[in-house]
Every structure is written in structure tokens, then in C-alpha cells.
Design a protein around this ligand. Sequence first.
Ligand code: CMX
Length: 137
Amino acid sequence: MKPTHIEHLGIAVKSLDEVIPYYEQLLGSKCYSIEEVADQKVRTAFFKIGQTKIELLEPTSPESTIAKWLEKNPHGGVHHVAFCVEGLQVVLDEAAAAGLQLIDKQPRKGAEGLNIAFLHPKSTHGVLTELCENPNK
Ligand code: CMX
């Protein structure tokens, strides 16, 4: 897959308003974007640290996968790791051929206009893994 870098860490939280001040203090920088991703039923808040971002994820509906995850992990925590790749469709086809379980067989649109696809944690040693490609590069 040869990812170029960790694009972001996805961290599930119950309330963006409660958690944003902590990350602003920790990272010494302001949250630079808040965005709703309607099809994922989440609101996201982004911070930058070098090339990598921190993405806070707040559920906007009880049916959100993040709401379900927070039921099992009520304090919140790291929900997924996202790697930046080039040629996402080819990478997905190679991952499937190598026996990894794809949640998304084809890329779809995620936050910040990135093309994204998830690999199932059952096939990635327990880490929900997101692959991202910047379509403008
Ligand atoms: N990390 C590791 N394991 C996870 C996990 C996570 N984030 N979420 C679920 N699991 C595990 C559970 O612990 C459970 O394991 P056991 O069977 O051993 O108990 C198993 O996966 C099934 O969990 P579940 O609660 O029944 O959840 P679902 O199967 O309904 O969904 C998943 C799990 C990964 C398929 C689903 O969360 C998914 O499709 N995720 C991709 C999309 C996503 O996460 N969107 C939110 C972020 C959007 C964004 O970044 O914009």
C-alpha cells in the first residue's frame, strides 16, 4: 500500500464543544474546521499537527456508527487510523486480493473532499483502518 503518511487519527467524542478546548490547549492551535458529514451521521472538528490531522467525531444521530461505538466506549477514544495513499482504487483491489475485508469496495467522499474507504477491523488486527486519497493531488 505504501501510504505516504498518517492522514488523520479519528477520535470519537460525545460532544465537540466539550472536547475542542482540550485539543486546542494540547496542540497549541485552533480547530480550523467543523464539518457535518451527513451520510456518516457525524459532525467533525479538525486540528493539524505537522502533516497529520486529528479528527474529532461527534454523532449526530443514535444510528450513527460513532454513537454505537460510544455505547461500548463511553469515555470516547481513538476510533480509527487513516492512511494517505495514492491510487486508492488500485490499493483497495490489492488489499482485497491480499485477503483484507473491505467495508467500501470503491472510494466514496469523506470529510474535506477526500476520497476514502475503510478496511474492517476484524481483518486489520483490531484497528479500523481508513485509506484516503486527495483527489486534487
Ligand atoms: N475499531 C476496532 N474495532 C471495532 C470498531 C473500531 N472503530 N468498531 C467496531 N469494532 C468491532 C467491535 O468491537 C465488534 O467486535 P466483536 O464482534 O469482537 O465484539 C465488531 O467490530 C462489530 O462491531 P459492531 O459494534 O457490531 O459494529 P458494526 O459491525 O455495526 O460496525 C464497522 C463496525 C467497523 C463495520 C462500522 O463502524 C463501519 O462501517 N465503519 C466505517 C465507517 C465509519 O467508521 N464512519 C465513521 C467515521 C466517518 C468519518 O471519518 O468521516
